[in-house]
Write a protein that binds this ligand. Structure first.
Ligand SMILES: [Zn+2]
Length: 499
């Protein structure tokens, strides 16, 4: 009989903060874009006699993240030394936070899309989030030499540690994607995983279903994409399950690295235990009272992604997938809100008899359809990125009102949209300049009357039941309008006239 096993997964995420300067000195924090060893000073090179000083902006960022995660915030800022030896660590220790992290506890709820998943919403407990400095960067040459770039030494990081609450590798991936959106929304990091702004270690163990114990886990390093996090965890589930099946489950905590080229994990050095790090309070940094900073930053907390998604559905009537797509990019979400409010304001003033209940779902459908698929689609065809400066929200809303009133049909609207992208002009002017103005109702009625009068035989056949002749009449009217009439409303009008 095969053993029923379940994975127990936790994550540790390092987020590189986008402060102007480094964690404990005034060196430029954009060292990754500068020539090697130019963003350095005696403090981050650990020259004897130098003293560190904490970066207030980094502390504010930690407070923001902790608040967003619902963590408890320590009003006393304190740091510890974590000792280990490595060529990219000039001091021989890293300044970190040990038993008094700035943020402790909290939880994070995120969506898990899909039908083949154990749950569509997961809440993961946060153990802690603490501030620390990054090490330098080593480059290993082909001839066996190692080069070190100290630009990264002293870069501010927040390390977030979760409880092992993920049920599947896919959940771990969804969490990371939502965390990236969160740090971008808070404005504390670029969150670019490929550039190392967001680095993740995953730990995983297996256990028989129903067993609440935790067994020896594997820590996986070198995960530098969302996909690799998911793949590495899937690989480990398979590897560890085989060990359990064979009656030899892992007994020691081990560290493995993800080998992306071969899509497998391989055993690495055994990790230092807590004792090896010889943590002790950093004597060069006095305790700081940060209660005023905590109170201030809590007031600055922006609307968080999950709240914004919920609001987009409730307030505007967007569908869940559309709300998700808008909120994924802050500038797009803001643009959609501006377009929507311009559009709603127009309806309220021009069509006061329309009820909101009747109008809103139609408006939401028009805005999401024209913004997410037609506009973004046209931009990508033209090889351009979305920016709110290409078409103003006022002009975009105007285009939608023309569609809403069926002044123009979808084909004309797409032509106008392309012109708007190219010229930034408003739709009315484009319609006039390009002679695309939709035919007005009176002209359409007149053309219909003319067509009916000129074709008595066809009219008689239609009335006798040959309804396929509608296309014939429509074709005649469209010809008279030189393509400016909206085919849908025109067809309706012809039917009415022939009844
Ligand atoms: Zn420095």
């Amino acid at each position: 009989m095969s053993l029923q096993l379940e994975p127990v997964i936790g994550l540790e995420i390092h987020v590189q903060l986008k402060t102007k300067t480094k964690m404990f000195c005034s060196c430029d924090n954009r060292g990754e874009n500068l020539p090697p060893n130019t963003a350095i000073c005696p403090i981050c090179l650990a020259h004897p006699g130098t003293l560190p000083w904490p970066n207030e902006q980094a502390v504010r960022f930690a407070v923001l993240l902790g608040s967003a995660l619902g963590a408890q915030l320590d009003p006393v800022l304190r740091f510890d030394r974590k000792h280990y030896f490595y060529p990219d660590l000039p001091k021989g220790y890293q300044i970190s936070q040990f038993d008094h992290p700035t943020c402790s506890g909290g939880s994070f709820t995120f969506e898990v899309p899909g039908t083949n998943v154990p749950r569509n919403s997961a809440t993961v407990r946060i153990e802690r989030a603490h501030l620390e400095e990054d090490a330098a960067k080593s480059f290993h040459g082909t001839a066996g030499e190692t080069l070190v770039d100290f630009n990264r030494a002293g870069t501010p990081l927040i390390e977030t540690v979760t409880h092992p609450d993920f049920k599947t590798p896919f959940e771990a991936r969804c969490f990371l994607q939502e965390l990236r959106l969160l740090v971008r929304t808070l404005g504390i990091s670029e969150g670019d995983m490929e550039k190392g702004h967001l680095r993740c270690d995953a730990n995983i163990s297996m256990r028989p279903v129903g067993d609440e114990n935790l067994y020896a886990k594997t820590e996986i390093k070198n995960l530098n994409s969302f996909r690799s996090v998911e793949r590495a965890l899937e690989f480990e589930i398979k590897r560890q399950s085989e060990l359990w099946e064979a009656g030899t489950p892992p007994t020691l905590t081990t560290t493995r690295g993800w080998d992306d080229a071969n899509q497998k994990t391989t055993e690495q050095r055994s990790k230092e235990g807590l004792k090896d790090y010889r943590f002790f309070p950093e004597p060069d940094l006095p305790f700081c009272d940060i209660s005023a900073i905590i109170a201030e930053e809590r007031r600055h907390l922006p609307e968080l992604p999950h709240a914004k998604r919920a609001r987009f559905q409730a307030e505007y009537g967007f569908t869940a997938p559309d709300a998700r797509q808008f909120v994924e990019h802050e500038s797009l979400a803001e643009y959609a809100e501006n377009v929507m409010s311009e559009f709603l304001a127009w309806v309220r003033s021009e069509l006061p008899e329309t009820s909101e209940e009747e109008f809103k779902p139609r408006a939401a459908k028009l805005v999401s359809g024209w913004l997410l698929s037609k506009y973004l689609g046209a931009l990508s065809e033209m090889g351009r990125e979305f920016s709110r400066d290409i078409i103003t929200p006022e002009n975009f809303a105007e285009l939608l009102t023309l569609l809403y009133r069926t002044k123009i049909n979808s084909t004309t609207a797409q032509t106008v949209l392309k012109k708007m992208i190219e010229t930034g002009a408003d739709p009315s002017h484009i319609l006039e300049d390009e002679k695309l103005t939709g035919a007005d109702e009176q002209s359409i009625d007149l053309w219909i009357a003319e067509v009916i009068a000129a074709n008595p035989a066809q009219v008689a056949e239609f009335k006798a039941g040959k309804f396929s002749l509608l296309q014939f009449f429509l074709g005649q009217v469209m010809k008279k309008s030189r393509g400016t009439a909206d085919p849908e409303t025109t067809a309706e009008k012809i039917k009415d006239a022939l009844e």
